[in-house]
Design a protein around this ligand. Structure first.
Ligand code: FES
Ligand code: FES
Length: 197
């Protein structure tokens, strides 16, 4: 039986994508999402495809340090910009602390949501550090650097976990946040964040 040829797109676009510190010259159909460019073109399969429609957060990566949903971002929008995926967070101090904390706090079961959870948490903790308010921050109040459970759950609400490992995920982020706030001091449960530099 003859194979059906994949139609060649009528229009392609050349971009320079900086991923985890490495530059990639790509020629893509302008409709290709950042998620598909990462997974299918660059073979960086650590970033997961869950819903592919912006509902689950599994595809979260950092774009110029801000968390974005790669399934809702066109690759051509990222021309010349810095993308960090889960494969690159080992170079990040907060990323290292989060990875260790997810293990120590049992922050995953199947692990499918975990790359997105960790990338999202890196971006979220940076937003907190910069004083970006959330929907539950009291209007007019200064943004607390302490991460209450309400703030944590609201700020991470875009990242779903089908296994329901939320207790461990929250514990891991709190542990890493305690580490990033105060070096290797303990958190409210008396745990000690393990930091690597
Ligand atoms: S795969 Fe992007 S939000 Fe679900
Ligand atoms: S650990 Fe399985 S989806 Fe989150």
């Amino acid at each position: 039986m003859d194979r059906v040829a994949t139609p060649t797109p009528a229009v392609t676009h050349s971009i320079e994508l900086q991923v985890n510190g490495t530059s990639h010259s790509l020629t893509l159909d302008p409709r290709v999402s950042l998620l598909d460019a990462l997974r299918d073109t660059l073979q960086l399969t650590g970033t997961k495809k869950g819903c592919n429609q912006g509902a689950c957060g599994a595809c979260t990566v950092l774009l110029d340090g801000e968390r974005v949903l790669a399934c809702l971002t066109l690759a051509v929008q990222c021309d010349g910009r810095q993308v960090t995926t889960i494969e690159g967070v080992a170079n990040d101090e907060v990323g290292q602390a989060l990875q260790a904390a997810f293990i120590e706090e049992d922050g995953f079961q199947c692990g499918y949501c975990t790359p997105g959870q960790i990338c999202s948490a890196i971006g979220m903790l940076d937003e907190l550090r910069r004083g970006v308010p959330s929907a539950v921050t009291t209007h007019g109040a200064s943004v607390p650097t302490a991460l209450s459970d309400d703030e944590l759950k609201e700020r991470m609400s875009g990242n779903l976990c089908r296994c329901g490992a939320y207790v461990g995920i929250c514990g891991a982020i709190q542990r890493a946040h305690g580490g990033s706030e105060s070096g290797s001091q303990g958190d409210s449960q008396g745990n000690t964040a393990r930091r690597t530099s």
